[in-house]
Design a protein around this ligand. Structure first.
Ligand SMILES: Nc1ncnc2c1ncn2[C@@H]1O[C@H](COP(=O)(O)OP(=O)(O)OP(=O)(O)O)[C@@H](O)[C@H]1O
Ligand SMILES: [Mg+2]
Length: 273
């Protein structure tokens, strides 16, 4: 049983891509088969896996979405690249913007990515989708293909309006497209221990959303090294395995694995009833 997790927040620069890459590598280090999927035309995730020239790539996620639209048969591993760090990944490039435009006239336009992801996910334990900073049709496609969402939130700023908007979009996707979509939780990112925001923002989230939003125990500290690793095209585990950022992402991976185990046990119990 595999799990598809979308890393989603329409606010820019909150650590979505950094989380997708490092969580992906951390899960692979736990022995999981992991596919990390770049769903941002800016292709920052591809760069953080060391692929800068995505425009030259023959196959990207938009190619595969095109095949799904045309109901073409394809090899599930087509275009998927294995990194030195043990994760598999599907790159993206600017074609994804053109794809977003062409979805307008497509039948079942919310489910195009799902048609692709459903074919590849049997080969993986986890599929992690790095979303772009928008709530447009591409992100709706991610939420339709996903089992759950992780919302990275920058520790020193909680845009309550933005969070409400994101939750409304998730509710709409649940209502019309993907009833089983869940929110795994909020991940505090770019946490500066010298400030009190690391405790204030979780308290604000609890006050405003109560049990609707769980907050992951592991928080990601703000460290220059995390940004440098991405610029070098490697994860924090290659660049500074002993850092607190590496420890936090490893801890997050354990929380994610435990969630998946719990869900699996629940499904089994329901089936045997
Ligand atoms: N823990 C961290 N410590 C320091 N810098 C970080 C950390 N996590 C991410 N960054 C840096 O902050 C910037 C934004 O991070 P990232 O690209 O992961 O965010 P994003 O939400 O994917 O952004 P976008 O919305 O543009 O896709 C990047 O320059 C990244 O290298
Ligand atoms: Mg990003």
């Amino acid at each position: 049983m595999s799990k598809v997790i979308a890393i989603c927040n329409q606010k820019g620069g909150v650590g979505k891509t950094t989380t997708a890459a490092n969580l992906g590598v951390a899960l692979a280090m736990e022995g999981k088969q992991v596919l990390v999927l770049d769903l941002d035309p800016q292709s920052d995730l591809s760069a953080s896996f060391g692929i800068e020239q995505t425009d030259d790539l023959e196959v990207t996620v938009s190619t595969m979405m095109g095949k799904a639209i045309n109901e073409e048969r394809f090899d599930p591993m087509e275009g998927i690249i294995k990194t030195d760090e043990g994760v598999y990944f599907m790159p993206s490039n600017l074609d994804l913007s053109a794809m977003e435009m062409s979805l307008v006239g497509t039948m079942n336009r919310e489910r195009v990515l799902k048609a692709y992801v459903d074919k590849v996910k049997p080969y993986f334990d986890f599929v992690i989708i790095d979303c772009m900073p928008s709530l447009g049709m591409i992100t709706i496609n991610a939420l339709s293909a996903a089992d759950s969402v992780i919302v990275p939130v920058q520790a020193h700023y909680l845009p309550a309006k933005g969070m409400d908007q994101l939750l409304r979009t998730i509710t709409k996707v649940q209502k019309y497209v993907n009833p089983s979509l869940k929110v795994d939780g909020v991940l505090m990112t770019l946490v500066d221990a010298r400030t009190s925001f690391a405790t204030e923002i979780p308290a604000m989230i609890k006050a405003r959303y109560g049990n609707r939003l769980r907050i992951f125990d592991n928080q990601i500290p703000a460290r220059i090294k995390a940004a440098e690793a991405a610029a070098e095209g490697v994860s924090i585990f290659t660049s500074e395995a002993k850092s607190d950022v590496a420890k936090a992402y490893a801890g997050l991976a354990k929380e994610v694995i435990n969630d998946a185990k719990r869900e699996k046990a629940k499904v089994r119990a329901e089936r045997s009833r």
